[in-house]
Design a protein around this ligand. Structure first.
Ligand code: FES
Length: 324
């Protein structure tokens, strides 16, 4: 179940920074004492100051959930990002502080899984490392497939070499590696009841693994996914949004979003990622059809039709009534 709990903001200190292969920095963040507990799959939000203004960015925790004194993260300096990761790489030296919210978990392990198969593409391995630690501690059956372009650009190799369950981690590099490139015809197990898949990585990697799993017969409830970023088309026909509590009504234009149109009218919906992946902006819908554009809500939640990601999704008809 997704964790949508409110969490307190914290100011944490960079206790250690390791500049790893593949433009990935490993960070260890500490506070004054034990930090709020998390389960594998959780992420934290980091506040990033950029020339364009403050941004909140989500990063998965890759450390051991049993370790309460620090949060460990891996952050890719992504040239395709909107500036958040590059600014963090520049700013977060050892000893610097950063505003953090969370942890929250939208990507938990299924408690009833008999076998877990984890697919991490590139930086998508970060939540998988925490999952592997938790599964190993529980004595559970699992395999982690870690796919990257080349060994020379693969982060966490030094860490993996020290893990007691390193024989459960299969390294795949497009240019070779011990196991060769990830081959889903070989590496995706048949969809036996009790087998759960976990997928995280770039969008193309996610689409490939999820598509193969669906074709193989896995139900959506056993394909767990976490998106780091998404190409979202937020445009479409205009529509009206009425806020039932405040009585405010706005028109959302073709290039506009619900969150922006409401903000201009003084109704604030908190947003973070603005691309439909973090769930911060989820708002209850009282009336009207929804054109979902996000990657956050599950199929079941979409079918219920009573929640919308206001940063990117739209009305499918002429009007939506929101519980605001
Ligand atoms: S702000 Fe992240 S899903 Fe809308």
């Amino acid at each position: 179940m997704k964790d949508m709990s409110d969490t307190k903001p914290m100011i944490l200190t960079v206790a250690e920074r390791i500049d790893d292969r593949g433009d990935i920095m490993q960070l260890t963040l500490t506070g004054d004492g034990p930090l709020p507990a998390f389960a594998a799959g959780a992420h934290v939000d980091l506040l990033v100051e950029t020339p364009e203004g403050p941004l909140w960015r989500q990063y998965s925790l890759c450390g051991d959930p049993a370790e309460t004194g620090c949060y460990r993260l891996g952050i890719l300096k992504d040239p395709a990002s909107r500036g958040g990761s590059a600014a963090l790489h520049q700013l977060l030296r050892a000893g610097e502080t950063v505003h953090v919210e969370g942890p929250r978990n939208h990507f938990p392990l299924a408690p009833d899984a008999e076998r877990s198969v984890l697919f991490g593409g590139g930086i998508g391995v970060t939540p998988m490392l925490a999952m592997a630690r938790e599964l190993h501690a529980a004595g559970a059956e699992f395999t982690l497939h870690y796919a990257t372009r080349s060994a020379a650009r693969t982060a966490f190799l030094d860490l993996i070499a020290t893990l007691p369950f390193r024989d459960r981690i299969v390294l795949h590099h497009d240019d070779g590696g011990a196991a060769g490139p990830l081959d889903l015809a070989r590496d995706l197990p048949p969809p036996a009841p009790g087998t759960h898949l976990y997928v995280c990585g770039p969008q193309g990697f996610m689409d490939w693994v999820i598509g193969a799993a669906e074709t193989a017969g896995y139900p959506g409830t056993r394909i767990h996914r976490e998106y780091f970023s998404a190409e979202v088309d937020t445009g479409g026909a205009g529509f009206e949004v009425e806020c039932a509590q405040s009585g405010v009504t706005v028109t959302v234009g073709p290039e506009d979003t619900i969150a922006k149109a409401l903000a201009r009218a003084g109704v604030k919906i908190e947003v973070k990622c603005e691309e439909g992946i973090c769930g911060t902006c989820v708002t209850d819908v009282i009336e009207g059809g929804i054109d979902h554009r996000d990657q956050f809500l599950t199929e079941e939640e979409r079918e219920d039709g009573d929640q919308i990601c206001a940063c990117c999704s739209r009305a499918s008809g002429a009007k939506l009534v929101l519980d605001l």
